[in-house]
Design a protein around this ligand. Sequence first.
Ligand code: 1HN
Length: 373
Amino acid sequence: MNTLQPGSSDWKNVAAQNQPDSSPALDALYQGMKDELLVPLWTQIGDLMPAHPQSKASAHLWRWKRLVELAERSGHLVPVGRGGERRAIALANPGLGGRPYATPTLWAAIQYLMPGENAPEHRHTQHAFRFVVEGEGVWTVVNGDAIRMSRGDFLPQGGWNWHAHHNAATAPMAWIDGLDIPFSYYTESQFFELGRESLSKAEMGTPAFSRSERLWAHPGLRPVSQMQDSATSPLLAYRWVDTDRALTEQLKLEAEGHAVTLSPGHAAVRYSNPTNGCDVMPTIRCEMHRLASGTTTQPRREVGSSVYQVFDGQGSVQVGKERWQVERGDMFVVPSWRTFTAGCNKDAPQLDLFRFSDTPIFEALHAHRAGNP
Ligand code: 1HN
């Protein structure tokens, strides 16, 4: 008897329906399929077509203190240069079989450079960005344009651009890298080339602002010589002073009675490509969220995965059934369709959360769903 209504997706009850009784003939049939590398749909449909995303990735938290400590030890023990290319240490989600993947689509790592060190030039089709939670002194050089990296700065770096890094300071520096490596890996779409081992003296300079910022970092003003839209942002650094001011003004406007926040006390900005207003890269969305003291976000779930880094403050976050107290630098993963809520502690002035996600992939494919559960 069929007790299930149209619209139901309860495989547990329905999967046993209309299955043949076991018999030697049936066993022989299934063995015959196995020998020919064939699989019948009727024994597997519940796994192939779950009612909603069932992520293999876990909600997991990495403490910044531990990341920095291990990066520092690597700085003393492991040279950086051609071959290994980068002193980057990846978050390996415990649900993803030990691969260096934070989520099924996203790579996240802490990278570390000692004073005077250079990471050699190369390029890859994977899109990347750097985000700086503390420190300064490193310049990343993209197509010969040296870009300063300081606390709170966000530096997108679209695929297939040459890039190298150099630490011009007297102290080590750490930052985080985000890339779409797992996405490129599973879709087998990646290319890579080595560049020069060392840059010219001019490229090793330490300008306060890159050529890209001098051309593009003027709000609402586009160089008229640059009317061709680009899939990745030509602006290669989004500075903390600007991000901070945008968030501060959103909360001030809210206090003045204007409905500009996502929910009470929850301001957010998305880093966007000044040529088309879209995400800074075709595969990765990056945002900064600020929660006012004592406020909480609306619970939310969506298709696709995110990685967060606490930029500042203290708060509590809940991902599905997991709940953590978090502080500066801590990183955590929100798997696809897992309900996420964050709150700023009452005794903290605010909680700033940097977030990156694979949402643009699903939006481009019309496969994105989101909601308040
Ligand atoms: C890479 O080129 C960087 O340029 C960071 O800093 C992380 C992970 C895998 C492959 C290349 C960088 C990377 C990477």
